[in-house]
Design a binder for this molecule. Structure first.
Ligand code: IPM
Ligand code: MG
Length: 369
């Protein structure tokens, strides 16, 4: 067996541990059947970490994340933690990991599987065959800009402040990732901002345009305002291939694109840092769905988004495209054969639990090799 890769699993809260269990089955399958091996370690994050250590992320977990080849992240948060002070909230752990690992490029594919093309709330002919990618800048913009905070104004009144900041370097490095992704796809990039009202948006547009003229003029670049993009996504999503956008707009637009596909339970994501000298980059993979406290512990969660996040890890961290495709094919087969968790259930299909879905996907992997 070739040298093992270090994977840190952080299942987190809510349905995170349930979907992670099924992903472990898939990882074990690869351990057994393929030459790539994983050394998997597991630790606490989010509310689960707070319960034990009174912090959503310990220094130890941060250290382990920095040393791992890849982090697999479940979900964080839940009603038990809503009243905690801002710095202790489970979500802070995710934001800290993004920042400390330098994960500036967040890839959120929105793919409509053929078997599920009528699962969307949009008309089938609008979404059928959709395959697009939202590339969200993840370590800058209003999520991290200074100044920030809540100030006292006297008389019991206050002022809440956040600041949208982007520099040339921050815009160019995510822009590069966008153009490079599009090179392997349809070659169309939409750069999305609000340069009509925001200076940071104007700089965004200018830098992306420059990058395009310098290196990528053989491709198609369109500039679009974020509000128009939201509308275009539900009007005619097929016009998009890669959307590259800021942290906040990416947060909003990726929720819209998730809904186009009919189930949040199907969507994986990858967050990537800069390539270091060995060509290795820090990375974190997580399903787009959250901790879903309403269905936690009932065997209803769909493990596919988490399993497809693992497939993205194979592709983007381990350079194993064929293995990633194998996982995607196994998922496709399971759907074609009518297996459905509750979130994607349709008349006449077979309703299965989280666990059963994981097992069926492994069975299809067996069949495919
Ligand atoms: C996301 C989430 C996070 C974000 C939250 C949980 C901090 O909505 O990953 O899209 O706002 O980035
Ligand atoms: Mg979000």
């Amino acid at each position: 067996m070739s040298s093992n890769r270090k994977v840190l699993m952080l299942p987190g809260d809510g349905i995170g541990p349930e979907v992670m269990s099924q992903t472990k089955l898939v990882i074990n399958w690869f351990d057994k059947n393929k030459e790539v091996g994983f050394d998997v370690e597991e630790d606490l994050i989010g509310g689960a970490s707070f319960d034990k250590y009174k912090t959503p992320i310990t220094d130890n977990v941060l250290e382990k994340s920095l040393n791992a080849d890849a982090v697999l992240f479940g979900a964080v948060g839940g009603p038990d933690y809503d009243k905690l002070p801002f710095k202790d909230k489970p979500e802070r752990s995710l934001l800290k990991l993004r920042k400390e690992l330098g994960l500036f490029a967040n890839l959120r594919p929105a793919i409509v599987f053929d078997a599920l093309s009528d699962a969307s709330t949009l008309k089938t002919d609008i979404v059928k065959g959709l395959d697009m990618m939202i590339l969200r800048e993840l370590t800058g913009g209003i999520y991290f800009g200074e100044p920030r905070g809540i100030e006292e104004l006297g008389d019991g009144k206050k002022r809440g402040i956040n600041t949208e900041v982007y520099t040339t370097d921050e815009i160019r490095r995510v822009g590069e990732v966008g153009f490079e992704l599009a090179t392997k796809r349809k070659g169309i990039v939409h750069s999305v901002e609000k340069s009509n009202v925001m200076e940071s948006g104007l700089l965004w547009r200018e830098e992306i345009q420059k990058l395009y003229e310098e290196k990528y003029h053989h491709m198609q670049l369109h500039h679009m305002f974020a509000d128009n993009c939201a509308m275009q996504l539900v009007r005619d999503p097929h016009q998009f291939d890669v959307i590259v956008t800021t942290n906040l707009f990416g947060d909003l637009l990726s929720d819209i694109s998730a809904q186009l596909t009919g189930s949040l339970g199907m969507l994986p994501s990858a967050s990537l840092g800069e390539n270091n000298i060995d060509g290795i980059r820090k990375s974190l993979y997580e399903p787009v769905h959250g901790s879903a406290p309403d269905i936690t512990g009932q065997g209803k969660a769909n493990p596919i988004a988490m399993i497809l996040s693992f497939a993205m890890m194979l592709k983007y961290s381990l350079d194993r495209n064929q293995d990633a495709e194998l996982v995607e094919k196994a998922v496709d087969l399971v759907l074609q054969e009518g297996f459905r968790t509750e979130d994607i259930m349709q008349p006449g299909k077979k309703l299965v639990s989280t666990e059963k879905m994981g097992i069926e996907i492994c069975n299809r992997l067996d069949r495919l090799i």
